[in-house]
Design a protein around this ligand. Structure first.
Ligand code: CMC
Length: 367
């Protein structure tokens, strides 16, 4: 005796499924717009400190959420605590692939449903991400500095110069990618949260989904692609050969945007302000034009445009991050969004449990 799903339409990418109602962000894919709790992402990227955006995202989801200034202090304290508890394991963690190190750093924490767990998750992700660079170079990460904002302290832990442009550049990145609707990692985080597993578990679910090259793992490969192309003279030939092989060009295309991803320009602007981006940015802009022309010619029915990852790569490189760790910086920022979504999901008091259609045999008893 078998029971069949009530809906027999199979939608493997779930693009037609509305699985959540959210107050957190609105993506207008046709217009290329992203609104985070009522504010356009471009305005946040230019004006808001990361802690303000965390506060904006977490508002209404924690009864004891303090004002932004107090949240900033508590996050700074949590970074100091995260550093102390992770330091004995730094060498072991640094021997792992970067995203696995950040995931493990979170997994070493204590799970829970409260604000303390949320702040600790944000702190652990930031501290571990920042510690990766010095550890990979055989240097000791600098312990967190009381009183610094999250972005500046991450640079301090790394041992990077903290000029106003560099601090603003990392802050703009963290703000720009902190939240983005029901993408794959946020959906994963909501699924975990819906089981009441805890906030840390939801964040670890999000990190695991973010790691893949079709989602947050693209910016490292963007730089690999730019290195492989090497010069604008070589671009057309390289791109044609790549598309003929059926490869995807990293940093282009999106499930939701049918126009330019608004985050691409916010990050390009932040990168343009950094002296270290100069040569790379000019080449990236020229190659982008060639890629967009080729994609329009070869996929005329599919509007494929630049996504967030293209200029993420240029910005994070200019900020001093290793390309292998780019996705960790993404995770450190998106942890804020995953936590907000996890809390929002819990309010529904409904476990996420879709259906599947069984297509195997029903009479395999002899096997
Ligand atoms: N290069 C070449 N062809 C592409 C690309 C690309 N970057 N993106 C999509 N296509 C083609 C794809 O091959 C397919 O063609 P066909 O039907 O002939 O096989 C068609 O366009 C499908 O496009 P789609 O339905 O818009 O794509 P999707 O929703 O399945 O995938 C995507 C979205 C982001 C996974 C995809 O565009 C991709 O793989 N891009 C490259 C990786 C990348 O940049 N990832 C970062 C995404 S932005 C960060 C985030 O928010 O996750």
């Amino acid at each position: 005796m078998t029971t069949s799903p009530t809906n027999t339409r199979h939608d493997p990418g779930l693009e037609e499924v509305v699985a959540a109602q959210t107050v957190l962000s609105h993506i207008d894919g046709a217009a290329g717009a992203l609104i985070i709790r009522g504010v356009p992402v471009e305005a946040l990227a230019e004006q808001a400190e990361f802690e303000e955006v965390v506060h904006l995202l977490w508002q209404g989801f924690f009864d004891d959420l303090p004002k932004t200034a107090e949240l900033k202090t508590r996050l700074a304290e949590a970074r100091a605590e995260a550093f102390r508890s992770l330091e004995p394991d730094f060498a072991r963690l640094a021997a792992m692939p970067p995203m696995e190190a950040v995931r493990a750093a979170l997994a070493l924490g204590q799970d829970g449903h409260d604000l303390k767990t949320a702040i600790a998750a944000l702190a652990r992700a930031g501290v571990m991400t920042a510690a990766l660079k010095p550890l990979s170079e055989g240097r000791a990460p600098t312990p967190p500095t009381p009183g610094l904002a999250h972005a500046e302290d991450m640079l301090a832990i790394m041992g990077e110069a903290r000029t106003p442009e560099v601090v603003a550049g990392l802050n703009a990145y963290l703000v720009t990618v902190a939240e983005h609707g029901l993408n794959a990692s946020t959906f994963a985080a909501r699924v975990v949260a819906s089981t009441q597993a805890g906030l840390l578990s939801a964040v670890i679910g999000g990190i695991s989904a973010l790691k893949g090259p079709l989602h947050g793992g693209a910016p490292g490969p963007v730089l690999d692609m730019l290195d492989a192309i090497g010069s604008i003279e070589n671009a057309e030939t390289w791109i044609r050969a790549s598309l003929e092989r059926g490869d995807r060009l990293m940093g282009f295309g999106h499930r939701v945007y049918r126009a330019r991803d608004p985050r691409a320009d916010a990050l390009k602007l932040a990168a343009a302000r950094l002296p270290r981006s100069t040569g790379r940015l000019a080449l990236a802009e020229a190659i982008e034009t060639t890629i967009l022309t080729r994609l329009a010619a070869e996929k005329p029915d599919r509007k494929l445009d630049t996504n967030v990852e293209y200029y993420t790569a240029i910005l994070l490189e200019a900020l001093g991050f290793d390309r292998a760790a780019f996705t960790c910086v993404f995770a450190a920022a998106r942890t804020a969004g995953w936590i907000a979504h996890a809390q929002e999901q819990l309010l529904t008091r409904r476990i996420i449990r879709p259906q599947s259609i069984y297509v195997g045999p029903l009479d395999n008893v002899a096997a």
